[in-house]
Unconditional design. Sequence first.
Length: 435
Amino acid sequence: MIPRYSRPEMAAIWDPQTRFRIWFEIEAHAADAMAGLGVIPKEAAATIWAKGRNAIFDVERIDTIEREVKHDVIAFLTHLAEIVGPEARFVHSGMTSSDVLDTCLNVQLVRAADILISDVDAVLAALERRAFEHKLTPTVGRSHGIHAEPTTFGLKLAQAYAEFSRAKARLTAARAEVATCAISGAVGTFAQVDPRVEEHVAKAMGLAVEPVSTQVIPRDRHAMYFATLAVVASSMERLAIEIRHLQRTEVLEAEEFFSAGQKGSSAMPHKRNPVLSENITGLARLVRGYAAPAMENVALWHERDISHSSVERMIGPDATVTLDFALMRLAGLIDKLVVYPENMQKNLDRLGGLVHSQRVMIALTRKGCSREDAYRLVQRNAMRVWRGEGDFLAFLKGDADVKNYLADAEIEDCFDLGYHFKHVDTIFRRVFGRA
């Protein structure tokens, strides 16, 4: 997590002061529950809140203690005792470190998910606006990078919108999956802490109780969470690569906004490079890379070990902060994307009508020509166009075998561009709920 690719709100979730604040709240809510059950004095629970509610935890002091005791939670509890006083002896009663660490991590991941879902909403808003703007802007569809048949730029963006709608649903599911709390004590048997304490803390922290925690919350939940972030990153890269291809000089159908005073190259003053989409591609690689260690964290020894701990201290902040930054960069990129409809039309016409080859073939079959013969007749004329010998429509009109089935007007009718867009409204209703 570096400042260049961080946004303050997401980075703050992983700040030590935030982490210690969450730890305190977990401990204080647990104390409340224990006081209500008569396990500790009610006055002690009240004092814990009164002394700690507005405290600024001394991160440097906690780090100093940890260097001696070699245990982060004990270091925090020692510092908390310095703040709370004698009643601190009732803090953490019957609990184990993982109760605090795992519940805190899940609170952080839930908060991060809320930001990421909001980020996706920003991407969706930009995609929807631009999709309707270019709903009927003709462009060439490509398969294998080669001209295929006509589509619209709005449909390209509608596809991305549908994909990011699924991303939002997955993030929502991942948030629910990881939103659990464990206050179950050593090896998760509740031997030293009543399950009702867990229920109270879970409700107070906006979480659900973990059915079986075995001292740690099962890491399949976290694996699903980080795998979801990886899928979202892949969707981002798919869209970023599309923009990168469309900005190539030979294509130039769309281009990242280039601001006044911006420079594209230290050596070549003429350059306008797709730096934002390339950056998104690189950040997506990082986010995907965090999914594998999250999955490896699932297999812990017996009731618990801490092989997962070092991994999560890294991938928790890094994956969420990186994805947050990249999503907002993508939203801005789409919002300001410069689109060149005239270049789209120019490229669409580049092959002299070859994009209509399938419709000609179908027209031939409907007039009695076998599909094999129709394919052969259309292809032999198409190959002449590929060789630069002339115009597809003219070749078809001059082909006696084609004319045995189709009149000139019928051939010309196959070159109607609007024919390909007759169901655009249907697709838009499916994607956006309106056309």
